[in-house]
Design a protein around this ligand. Structure first.
Ligand code: PXL
Length: 278
C-alpha cells in the first residue's frame, strides 16, 4: 500500500500567467501529493503586469463545496492556502480545518504582497485576515514584504542577518511552529530562505545564486515544493534546499527568454529537461 498524502489547496485560478493553482498543482502532483482544490477566485490572468483582467469571486461557492465534502466524509492531511481575494474567505478556511485528520497541518503562504507593496487587487482587510489565519497556522511561508505586513512594520529594502533572525522569531510568536521567510539574503550574490522552528528554538537556512530578475509565481512554486516535502515528513533542511533549488532553476531557465516576463519556465525543471547536466 502506498501512503499518498492528500491535501487541499485554497488559492485562485489565474487562467493565464503560471501562478497560484496552475503552478502549484503540477508541482504537488509530480512530488507525489494528491491535491484537491478550493478555488478562491477565477481570474483571466494574475494581477501583476496585466491590465483589464477579469475576476470572478468564488466566496459564495466555497462553503457549498466544503459542505459536500463533509457529507462525503472527505478528509485531508493538510490545508495549503495561497492568494485569497476576499476577506470573507478566512472564516471559510478556518472552518475547513474540521476536515483535517488529527495532526493535519494548516500551511499558509500569505501570498498578498511583494517588493514593499500589496498586490493590485488587495486591501488592508486581507492583511488583517491573513494575520488571523497565521495565528492558527502550523507553517507559514511569507516573503519579506508579507512578513513586514503581517508584523505591522515598515518594509525595508535590506535587512541584516540579525534583523532577519528576529523577524522569523517574531512571526512564530504570532502562532506557527515554523516560519519560513523567503527572499532573504546574507551576501550580495546569494538569495534564499530561512526557517525558524519555535519548538526546537532552531534556525536553518539555504541560499542559491541570486539572479537579478523578478517574476510572478516564484513564491507560489517555492511554496508548492515546500508543502509537498513538509507533508511527506521531510526535515526543514531538505525542504529549504529543494524549494530554493527548484525556484532558482526555474528562474535560470527563464532569464534568457524576453518573450516570457509574466512567470517562469518551471515545466522543464519539473520534467528533468532543465538543467541538462549539473
Ligand atoms: O503569485 C501570487 C499571485 C497569485 N494570484 C494572483 C496574483 C498573484 C500575484 O500577483 O495576482 C491573482
Amino acid at each position: 500500500m502506498t501512503n499518498v498524502k492528500k491535501i487541499v489547496s485554497v488559492q485562485d485560478i489565474s487562467c493565464y500567467g503560471q501562478c497560484s493553482l496552475t503552478a502549484a498543482l503540477p508541482v504537488l502532483s509530480a512530488r507525489g501529493v494528491e491535491t484537491a482544490i478550493l478555488p478562491s477566485a477565477l481570474l483571466s490572468t494574475h494581477t501583476g503586469g496585466f491590465h483589464g483582467y477579469t475576476v470572478l469571486d468564488l466566496t459564495d461557492e466555497m462553503p457549498k463545496i466544503v459542505a459536500h465534502w463533509k457529507q462525503e466524509g472527505i478528509r485531508f492531511d493538510a490545508i495549503y492556502t495561497g492568494y485569497i481575494g476576499d476577506a470573507r474567505q478566512f472564516d471559510i478556511i478556518l472552518r475547513l480545518r474540521e476536515l483535517l485528520y488529527d495532526g493535519g497541518l494548516l500551511i499558509v503562504d500569505p501570498a498578498m504582497a511583494d517588493h514593499g507593496k500589496l498586490y493590485a487587487a488587495l486591501n488592508e482587510d486581507i492583511v488583517i485576515g491573513m494575520r488571523r489565519l497565521v495565528g492558527y497556522a502550523d507553517v507559514i511561508l511569507p516573503n519579506l514584504t508579507e512578513a513586514a505586513f503581517l508584523l505591522g512594520r515598515e518594509y525595508k529594502e535590506s535587512y541584516s542577518p540579525e534583523e532577519i533572525e528576529e523577524m522569523v522569531r517574531a512571526l512564530c510568536a504570532m502562532g506557527p511552529r515554523y516560519s519560513i521567510l523567503t527572499g532573504v539574503s546574507r551576501e550580495p550574490n546569494k538569495i534564499g530562505a530561512i526557517c525558524f522552528d519555535r519548538e526546537r528554538n532552531e534556525t536553518v537556512c539555504y541560499f542559491t545564486e541570486r539572479i537579478e530578475k523578478s517574476y510572478h509565481g516564484t513564491g507560489d512554486l517555492f511554496s508548492a515544493v515546500a508543502v509537498a516535502d513538509i507533508v511527506r515528513g521531510k526535515g526543514m533542511e531538505e525542504v529549504l534546499r529543494n524549494a530554493c533549488e527548484f525556484t532558482c532553476r526555474a528562474i535560470r531557465a527563464t532569464v534568457d527568454d524576453p518573450a516570457h516576463p509574466y512567470g517562469v519556465h518551471f515545466e522543464p525543471v519539473l520534467s528533468g529537461e532543465y538543467p541538462q547536466s549539473e
